[in-house]
Design a protein around this ligand. Sequence first.
Ligand code: F6R
Length: 613
Amino acid sequence: MCGIVGYVGNNDAAPVLLHGLAKLEYRGYDSAGICVRQNNLEPVIVKAEGKLKNLIDKTDSGKSLVGTSGIGHTRWATHGNPTVENAHPHHSDDYNVIGVHNGIIENYQELKDKLLRNGYTFYSETDTEVIIKLIDYYCKKYKKGPIDAINKAMVRARGSYALAIMCKNYPDQIWFAKKGSPLIVAKGNDGCYLASDVPAILKYTKNVYYPEDYECGVITKDSIKFYDLNGDELKNKKSVLIELDADSADKGNYPHFMIKEIEEQPEVIQKTLNYYLKNDVIDLSSTGLTDDFLANIRNIYIYACGSAYHTGVVAQYIMEEISGVNVRVELASEYKYREYSQRPQSLVIAISQSGETKDTHESVLKAKERNIPTLSICNVQKSTISRSSDYNMYTYAGLEIAVATTKAYSCQLINLYLLAIKLGRLNGTINDDLYNELISDLKRIPSLVKEIIEEKDQIQRIAQNLVPMKDVFFIGRGLDYTICLEGALKLKEITYINANAYAAGELKHGTISLIDEHVGVIALDTQSKLYEKTKSNMVEVKARNGKVLAVTNYGNYDVDSASNDQIYVPKINEYLTPSLAIISLQMLAYYASIAKGINPDKPRNLAKSVTVE
Ligand code: F6R
């Protein structure tokens, strides 16, 4: 969603801010702005609607703004349209306080009323203008400096925020505060930085600090200070070395991040496996989970959103079959507002690429309130969700930039397979033969994924057939249905084709009335015990002139008679087929998106990390 960058240093701030904002573009936004200041001179604010390029053009790539300190922001509209008036930075009328903000101030109306009563005027529809003016109000009322004013505002504001603030009487200093929204602070050779996400500052430094909720602080060109809510300085903050390369935030020779990330899958799946599979034994010691703890778990509750939820559905099907535990998977946004008794001997698993998704994070908090142990499967280390969880089983997909997740999804599946097998082994529900087969086939996944990627020309050809379609249904049974959920999401988010997943057995209970020559049906049929049943469903669709694309295993060539086109994936232990079938569906969506002239990296209205409800 929104992106924040701040800089104080030896160099001109504007190019640093614009570079940082460009690296955060993937998070999704619809307007942008910066404020730059040179020592005691007046600050200059420039904002533009639409793409960052408009701001870059307006400022001559930052060259028109002189000053070595500044803040920048890309805004994903929540309160009010994406206009210049609503774009950040916002400021008090006398420019005493200028700031940018990520998150949502839930009680902004109440605070606004208070400020209106105290003579403030508002020019935008945003909650940000309210929090900035609230800080200004406390600065002027108590005259105790920015830390005191920011802390007082933090006590009054409900909701989530990461704030970067410039104050008139404190040139060459940028103040920050955090609650519930991501924020990092870092020191480089040429100054200090703050940002909502690591890619913005990777070019300058890999040593970053993570402020905790209700902490605030200040950067100058050569120092970073942190304070708690009482205004006491926190002197023992430790920095963390980020393992990412600056190159990972670049497309290299690829036309889009999405295809780069699809093609990285063999490597990152291998990397994730290497972390947890040692000499064919599943070793979760780095996660903090012990065998004794896991052996005691009888119930697993999985909470996640979007694609991460879909990996949870795969896990539910597999874990319940092979590990002897009860599994319930639920959308985090639903769980949050529902009450049901959770059984003893339970573990909550939160799955999230970004580790910042608000709904998923709140599920973790709710589980903690109920004293249920929490395990997070996140891709971003030190993210909000991972820091709130008792145990962390990271995925090692590396930086994922394309809005539609691919490689993080695949790594989440790997972690969930490993957990399922581990639980099955501890509970005695997986015998030696099955264990050996699963482990040896898990190790084959990277090379088999590579084989599928090498078939991209054929998938690109088939993807052309999707271009004229308005509706595509994904059908499948059992594990194939779980893959349909993700295949349909991929297709709809980057091609804008209405794509829906149905359990194939449900077709006759209503959906079949929609089938005609204009509808495409993608039938997943990789599970041998269900093969004939799903094939019959394909025949029924074809009989009603629907166009059927079958996705099945090599060897199932009689599927030809039931379908118009076919994609074959290699054979593997069938519990693991989702890892292979999904690669074809990711590429299908990618090439259909390209054929429709859409930029798959930045689909309309979507944001990479959803930090609001
Ligand atoms: C779809 C997609 C989203 C995310 C969802 C959760 O391609 O990327 O559906 O899966 O927004 O995000 P995380 O995993 O960051 O919690």
